[in-house]
Design a protein around this ligand. Sequence first.
Ligand SMILES: Nc1ncnc2c1ncn2[C@@H]1O[C@H](COP(=O)(O)OP(=O)(O)OP(=O)(O)O)[C@@H](O)[C@H]1O
Length: 264
Amino acid sequence: MSKDTQGTPVLEARGLVKRYGKVTALDHCDFDLQPGEILAVIGDNGAGKSTLIKALSGAIQPNAGEILLEGRPVSFASPNDARAEGIETVYQTLAMSPALSIADNMFMGRELRMPGLMGQVFRKLDRKRMEDFSRQKLSELGLMTIQNINQPVETLSGGQRQGVAVARAAAFGSRVVILDEPTAALGVKESRRVLDLIQEVRARGIPIILISHNMPHVFEVADRVHIHRLGKRLCVIDPKDHTMSDAVAYMTGASVPEGVAEPA
Ligand SMILES: Nc1ncnc2c1ncn2[C@@H]1O[C@H](COP(=O)(O)OP(=O)(O)OP(=O)(O)O)[C@@H](O)[C@H]1O
């Protein structure tokens, strides 16, 4: 884990603007994710967190501003562009096919084909390789309480499903994993497992952006907390130097962090 904020950020945004008609969802928003960290993004409802994440993951295109990946300006026309650069996002909806197996869900849209003619011409899937890969990824993240890789995803618990989604993102997200409210729909035990999983992903050197309304979860795992307010980054705090009530007061505007000008 690195707390070094001097180096080149893995992912950075400068002056992002996104308008929806008369609504300014992002208002010259800055952002930075440092190597190896868990960065939480918090903010009130409608502050623009999802819009920021969508811009960073290629789901929307900002009207202005720039995004830099390891210091290099990038422009994502679609989520596939961001994925191709190693940025994986787990949305709250999880985007899984419930009737398909865990292995199939791990590979959705990226299936491995058989070598040679069978794969290239007949498009035959290499099930064995896909299953082995899925098994390996799930066990690396300590998720092998899931017995059968061919089990349909609809038979898994909420926490296990979230686990598969995080494992998928960690397997393909070579540079950044973005998690949108990963514990929102989970019970205490399942949330615990997902929080452990997030820390395991960080331990593997992949930085994580965690969007969450759950302050105890944020304060437990985040290295830094990006506080979003009125479409932009208000400040970034170190959770060790602030309380949860400080963070809530900043994000709601009840108090202003030191060194930040009161918004007009
Ligand atoms: N597709 C859209 N069309 C019109 N307005 C939108 C659209 N998406 C977001 N907005 C508006 O942009 C603003 C920011 O929304 P956004 O969803 O990014 O906030 P948020 O911080 O993620 O909120 P929440 O915590 O409630 O999910 C809101 O005023 C919202 O109504």
